[in-house]
Design a protein around this ligand. Structure first.
Ligand code: AMP
Length: 546
């Protein structure tokens, strides 16, 4: 042991576990009267949010819920969801924010797998929850949230209503969690586009660091006014649930993504920032001009969760919003890379600027490494912008692992890297560009076709609202690309021949789709197109051959 180690250990005076729970305590202390949450007629300051969060922790603790227990929630983006991000981990428990579009069977599976001790449920989601609880066949504490902004159907199913539950808690009770920054804070099940969902476990340290990453990489201002277009169940709102507290910002809540409501809130609350999947942004780009009138302050949007077509990025420029691209997975606490802009990009032609911004970008400040490697040999590929490999990350904002699934955890961390399952290239300037997910590469006649590149081309056709390309097995070529297209209403419908000719002009011949289907695309709750379902559909439906 050298002199620098001897007698210089960690103690309570020089070391404390990193946790995002400190953020809301600080916001309440420094800005007690600053607005923290806005939802219709309900408005809470940071002091009120802190007290409500503490009441929740205290009331849960009084029911014997504590260290290592799971509290599941089926909540929309309402004030209760913000409070749960603090109150649940404060009593030592782990927050399991479930995807609100899941069916009862999957909800029951998650409640069972997570061994949930309590469920907090919005009245709108009570029917699904009730069915899931029946399947689960065991008792747990169920707390109903009756949001005044919701006027539709749905009975209360719990033993207690949320406000009454809070009333039983003591805001002055103190807690000493987390005891270790490696303690779990959240459990997020992957979207489950295929197979059984896996439970991704986050620790306090990672949640704290990725919240800080968001503040740093997106230059979030103090008192950011943040609109909740991104579901908070998706990677805890990409850790923005905690980042907004760190900035003592305003959480502008939103139950449902609707263009009219979004523009109204941007205007009325002077929203500065929001995030979402490409589909959310397309919705805003495509909204009628009169909806957008009267917004004269700068709005910053972050796009991620799926690759944004360059057309969306170009559309944003035209709208005057600033758009930044981020990439990540549930396993990386949401954003793992940000496409940091350079000043000289502003002088580039719009199409080139859009190309640069459509790249997934650079690792976040507090993540250690981002690399593109051969998935078998783990050899790094050259940064030439053309050699494909698997995107891998390592460091501080990678999950603890998958709950009760050591095999999947070991496979994901093989060789000391987290394997994302996304395929991409490293460009010479160190920016990563994703080309595909491993299972989405189309190999036709020995040629690798990026379904994303192909989709980018299709998205540029004026009649195409959304496009997804998957591989279709083919006797001659092995696989051929099949395109599924959602048409833009009010635009002349193109024929298959026209679209084929359009693609032929822009793509190598082997990459031109051999099959087209038209209609609404199946999407997950987070806006990702369910290619799995499209592949199934290809098997059961007849495609139009070219
Ligand atoms: P999830 O865990 O549900 O967030 O899904 C993560 C996956 O979404 C990644 O592995 C990618 O395939 C995809 N994804 C997320 N963000 C992006 C992005 N900016 N560009 C391309 N794909 C993305």
């Amino acid at each position: 042991m050298n002199a620098y180690d001897s007698g210089l250990g960690k103690n309570a005076a020089n070391y404390a576990p990193l946790t995002p729970l400190d953020f809301y305590e600080r916001a309440a202390r420094v800005y007690p009267d600053h607005p923290a949450v806005v939802h219709g007629a309900r408005r809470f300051t940071w002091k009120q949010v802190r007290d409500r969060g503490h009441r929740l922790a205290s009331a849960l603790a009084a029911r014997g819920i504590g260290h290592g227990d799971t509290v599941s929630v089926l909540l929309l983006n309402t004030p209760e969801m913000v409070e749960a991000h603090f109150g649940v981990p404060l009593c030592g428990a782990v927050l399991n924010a479930m995807n609100t579009r899941l069916d009862a069977r999957t909800v029951a599976y998650i409640l069972e797998h997570a061994q949930a001790r309590a469920l907090i449920v919005d009245r709108e989601l009570a029917p699904v929850a009730a069915e899931a609880l029946k399947m689960l066949g065991r008792e747990l504490l169920v707390i109903d949230v009756d949001d005044p902004e919701y006027t539709g159907a749905g009975e209360r199913i719990g033993e207690v209503e949320y406000e009454a539950f809070l009333a039983g808690g003591d805001p002055a009770q103190s807690f000493d969690f987390p005891r270790d920054e490696w303690d779990a804070i959240a459990l997020n099940y992957t979207s489950g586009t295929t197979g059984r969902p896996k439970g991704v476990v986050y620790h306090h340290r990672g949640a704290c660091l990725n919240a800080l990453n968001n503040s740093l990489l997106w230059d979030l201002p103090r008192h950011v006014v943040y609109l909740w277009t991104l579901p908070m169940f998706h990677c805890n709102g990409w850790c923005f649930a905690w980042a907004v507290a760190e900035r003592a910002g305003v959480n502008v809540c939103l139950r449902r993504v609707e263009a009219q409501k979004i523009f109204e809130l941007i205007r009325a609350e002077q929203v500065t920032h929001y995030c979402g999947a490409p589909i959310v942004h397309s919705l805003l780009v495509d909204a009628p001009a009169e909806m957008k009138r009267g917004i004269d302050h700068k709005v910053y949007a972050a796009v991620g969760g799926a690759a944004p077509p360059q057309a969306v990025i170009e559309g944003f420029e035209a709208m005057g919003f600033d758009i930044t691209h981020a990439y990540g997975l549930t396993e990386t606490y949401g954003p793992a890379t940000w496409c940091i802009k350079h000043a000289d990009w502003a002088e580039k032609p719009p199409a080139e600027r859009a190309r640069l911004n459509a790249r997934q970008g650079l690792p976040s400040v507090l993540e250690k490494g981002l690399s593109v490697r051969d998935p078998e040999t783990l050899q790094e590929v050259p940064a030439d912008g053309t050699t494909m490999g698997e995107v891998m990350v390592r460091g501080n904002v990678t999950m603890k692992g998958y709950l009760k699934n050591p095999e999947a955890t070991a496979a994901a961390f093989r060789g000391g890297w987290f394997h994302t399952g996304d395929l991409g290239v490293m460009e010479p300037d160190g920016y990563v560009k994703i080309k595909d997910r491993s299972k989405d590469v189309i190999i036709s006649g020995g040629e690798n076709i990026s379904s994303l590149d192909l989709e980018d081309v299709l998205y540029r056709h004026p009649a195409v609202l959304a496009a997804a390309v998957v591989a279709k097995p083919d006797d001659k070529w092995g696989e051929v690309p099949a395109a599924f297209i959602e048409l833009r209403p009010g635009v002349p419908v193109p024929g298959v021949k026209e679209l084929t000719a359009y693609c032929r002009e822009r793509l190598p011949r082997f990459a031109v789709p051999r099959h087209f289907e038209f209609g609404a695309l199946p999407r997950t709750a987070t806006g990702k197109i369910q290619k799995f379902e499209l592949r199934q559909r290809l098997k059961s439906q007849s495609a139009i051959d070219v």
